[in-house]
Design a protein around this ligand. Sequence first.
Ligand code: 1GP
Length: 235
Amino acid sequence: MNGTEAWYGSWRHVFKLDPEKDISDEALEAVCMSGTDAIIVGGSTGVTFENTVDLMARIRRFEVDCALEVSTMDGAVPGFDGYFVPIVLNTDRAEWINGAQTKGLQEYGSFVPWEETAAQGYIILNEDAAAARITGACTALDEDEVAAHVMMADRLMRLPVVYIEYSGTFGDMSLLRTVRETAQGGARVFYGGGIDNADKAQQAAEFAHTVVVGNVVYQDLAAALSTVAAVHSRA
Ligand code: 1GP
């Protein structure tokens, strides 16, 4: 089993859009019609029910798959094609491993569409990323430590997704290779962070099952769009 049968199992390229950030109708149309496999809605700060519903409704005008990364209960909005629930693996703050998640399930557990919901085991490796600061992630991991976190996620916890998160900076591709080689238990490897051109997208696509492109959408739309074909060109 390699996870390809999952609802996100064929995604090679994904744009991640932040409900807190403004995007014009033209830019959103270009992103949704770009040929990307899906849009993930999610952000580390400022996510509310209102801005999440608003962005979902605008994306819904297009046919592209659209999933929500549920990082706060405020932003848990029905109507997406799928839901990701992040679990941070490299923190010792239990709140981000199972605390917030169990609180959410206590309140909303009976509404969760389980068939379209998947946990993501996050390994956050950029110490300057907002997610690293908020969750107290231990980002200074060597290769063996990262591999151990991957085994924990993929083999012991059997999480369906391992997310290598470098948000804001381009990561270490030899480490990503190790992650992919280690994750043989069925987890899909997502990579996100600092992809701002086709070349970086292609490098990440060599090892990640799914390449996530975020910030550059808001900084250089043409460069963002160029990452789609770059990823898809790597079988
Ligand atoms: C963020 O992994 C994504 O959660 C993408 O990162 O914004 O740096 O592209 P960037």
